[in-house]
Design a binder for this molecule. Structure first.
Ligand code: BYC
Length: 472
C-alpha cells in the first residue's frame, strides 16, 4: 500500500478507516489531543529533521520507508498484520474455534483491561525519555532515540484504535485517560511500576530498551496469540517495530561494555573513570536495577488473572503453537517459589496459575543471551570479570519476593544486611552523579562520546557518520 494524499491521509492505515466514518471522526478528534500530548511530553529537544523509519504498510517486504522528516510530521498510522485465513484459537477453552473478529461480550472487561495496560506503557516510555535528546552521545544515537519514541507513539495509536473501534464509549474514555496519566505523576501515575521510574541518562536508556522493551516483546508475543484477532494482528505488526528497540538496547550496552573493556585493557586498570568511561561495577548495578524492575512487569508467580486470561483465550503463552502439551493445561501443575519460615522452597501449583512465571522464564533465557554477548566482549579483551543477571527474587516489589530482601546471588537476608550492602547491588546517588557527569551531547556526525564505542554499522545501509539528525 502506498500513501495517497487525500483526506484519509491524516491517519495512514490499512484498516479501511474511510469505510467507517464514525470511527474515522472519533480518531481524528483524538489526533489533536495526541499531538498536544506529544508537544507537551514528547522529546524536548527540537530537531529540524530526523532520518526516520515510517511504517507504510503491513507487507513483509517494503513495510517501512526511510527519510529525513521533522518529528512532528511523522505519520502515526494504524497497521495490522494481514489477516490469516481461517485462523483458529490455539489454546484455552475455545481452542480450535474460529478467532473472534468482534469482542465476545463476556470478555469485554478483560480484553479492555489488557489493552489499557499495554497502551499505558507506550506513552509512558516516551515521557520517561523526553530529556535524553539533550545529552545524546552521537547523532546516530539521537536518531535511534527519536525512532524509538515515534514508534512507541505509534504503538499507543495501535491500542487506541482497538479501544475506539471495539469498545464504544468506554473505549474512547480509556483512550483519553491514556493521555492523562503521566510517568512519575503523584496524582495520576502510569499503571505499571517500571514506567514511573525515571530514565535519567543514556546508560539507563540502553538498559530500559534492553530489559523493559524486552518485556514488551514477550507480552506482545502472548497477545499476538489472542483469540481476539484484531489484537493478535496489531501485536504481530508491533513486534516487527519492537525488534529495532531491542537492537538499540543490546548494541547500546555492547558499546558501553566494549569501551570500558578496551580502556581496562589499554591502561591495565578497573578504574576507567579517569578515562571518562563507565566502570563495570556501575554497569552491573544498573543492570541489576533494570532487570529486577522489569521482572515485576510479569505480575505475580501465582496469578488467577493470567489463568483466566489464558482459559478465556485472551492471552496465550510465548510461541503457544510450538508447545508440546494440550494447550488447555487444566490437568497440569508447575513449580513456583514460596518463602516458608525464612527459606525459599518450591511448591507445585496448577500450571494455569503459574503462567506469569512461564513467561518470565522465557524472558530470563532471552535476557541471558545479552549477558553472554557482553561477557564475550569482556573475555576478548581479557577483562577477567563478567556481568550477570541477579537472581529473580532480587529487589522485587511484585510476587512471592515482594516483602523479602534477596541478594543478587539469591540469598534471603535481613533488613540490616540489605541496608548495609544495598550500595553494592543497586545504583547509588554517586553512580547516578558520575554517569550524569558524562552525559555531554556529541552532535558532530560520526563522532562518539568518550564513554561509548561506535556502532558496528549505521542505519538502513547508511554510514555511521551519516547526518542522521539535522539540528535547528
Ligand atoms: N506494577 O495477578 P497479578 C511494553 C497488579 S511492556 C503495578 O500478579 P497479572 C513496553 C495487577 O495489575 C509490556 N501493578 O498479575 C516496554 C493486578 O491488579 P488487580 C506491557 C502490577 O494481572 C517498553 C495485581 O497487581 N504489556 O509493552 O497476571 C516501552 C495482581 O497481579 C504490576 C503488558 O503488561 C506492576 N509491575 O499480570 C514501551 C500486557 N504487576 O487486577 C512499551 C498486559 C501486577 O488486582 N498486561 N500488578 O487490580 C498484563 O498482561 C497483566 O496485566 C500484567 C500483570 C502482566 C501486567
Amino acid at each position: 500500500m502506498s500513501l495517497s494524499a487525500d483526506y484519509t491521509d491524516r491517519i495512514p492505515n490499512n484498516v479501511d478507516l474511510r469505510g467507517d466514518r464514525r470511527l474515522q471522526r472519533a480518531l481524528e478528534a483524538w489526533q489533536p489531543r495526541f499531538m498536544q500530548w506529544w508537544r507537551d511530553l514528547g522529546p524536548d529537544l527540537i530537531a529540524r529533521d530526523v532520518y526516520l523509519r515510517t511504517a507504510i504498510s503491513a507487507d513483509r517486504d517494503g513495510w517501512a520507508h526511510f527519510g529525513h522528516i521533522p518529528l512532528e510530521e511523522y505519520r502515526w498510522g494504524i497497521f495490522l498484520a494481514d489477516r490469516e485465513p481461517d485462523r483458529r484459537i490455539a489454546f484455552g477453552e475455545h481452542m480450535g474455534t474460529p478467532a473472534w473478529q468482534q469482542v465476545p461480550g463476556e470478555y469485554r472487561a478483560g480484553l479492555q483491561r489488557l489493552l489499557v495496560v499495554q497502551g499505558d506503557t507506550e506513552p509512558a516510555s516516551v515521557e520517561q525519555q523526553r530529556l535524553l535528546g539533550f545529552t545524546a552521545p552521537s547523532l546516530y544515537d539521537l536518531r535511534n532515540l527519536f525512532q524509538v519514541n515515534v514508534e512507541e507513539g505509534r504503538h499507543l495509536w495501535a491500542m487506541v484504535y482497538l479501544l475506539h473501534a471495539f469498545f464504544g464509549r468506554e473505549g474512547r474514555e480509556q483512550a483519553e485517560e491514556l493521555l492523562m496519566r503521566h510517568s512519575g505523576s503523584v496524582d495520576a501515575p502510569r499503571i505499571l511500576g517500571a514506567f514511573n521510574e525515571p530514565t535519567r541518562d543514556w546508560l539507563a536508556f540502553f538498559m530500559f530498551t534492553y530489559f523493559t522493551d524486552r518485556d514488551g516483546k514477550f507480552q506482545l508475543g502472548t497477545l499476538a496469540e489472542s483469540g481476539f484477532d484484531p489484537l493478535s494482528r496489531t501485536c504481530r505488526f508491533m513486534l516487527r517495530e519492537e525488534a529495532h528497540h531491542m537492537m538499540v538496547g543490546t548494541t547500546g550496552i555492547d558499546r558501553v561494555v566494549r569501551r570500558t573493556a578496551e580502556l581496562m585493557r589499554e591502561h591495565d586498570t578497573d578504574d576507567v573513570k579517569r578515562y571518562g568511561a563507565i566502570p563495570l561495577d556501575i554497569i552491573q548495578r544498573y543492570l541489576n536495577f533494570h532487570y529486577s524492575v522489569s521482572l515485576d512487569l510479569f505480575g505475580g508467580e501465582r496469578s488467577t488473572n493470567v489463568a483466566n486470561y489464558f482459559t478465556a483465550g485472551l492471552k496465550g503463552r510465548w510461541q503457544e503453537e510450538r508447545r508440546a502439551d494440550d494447550h488447555r493445561l487444566t490437568e497440569l501443575t508447575a513449580a513456583v517459589d514460596v518463602i516458608v519460615d525464612g527459606r525459599i522452597e518450591r511448591v507445585d501449583i496448577p500450571a494455569l496459575t503459574a503462567l506469569n512465571q512461564d513467561l518470565r522464564s522465557e524472558y530470563f533465557t532471552d535476557c541471558n543471551n545479552g549477558v553472554r554477548r557482553w561477557n564475550r566482549i569482556l573475555e576478548e579483551v581479557g577483562a577477567g570479570t563478567t556481568l550477570s543477571l541477579p537472581q529473580h527474587g532480587f529487589n522485587r516489589r511484585v510476587g512471592a519476593y515482594a516483602n523479602y530482601r534477596v541478594t543478587p546471588g539469591g540469598a534471603l537476608v535481613d533488613a540490616e544486611t540489605w541496608t548495609r550492602r544495598e550500595s553494592e547491588w543497586l545504583p547509588t546517588a554517586a553512580d547516578f552523579d558520575y554517569v550524569q557527569s558524562l552525559m555531554k551531547p556529541v552532535f558532530e556526525p560520526g563522532r562518539m562520546a568518550a564513554w561509548i564505542a561506535p556502532p558496528a554499522s549505521g542505519i538502513n545501509g547508511q554510514p555511521v557518520e551519516y547526518e542522521y539528525v539535522h539540528l535547528t
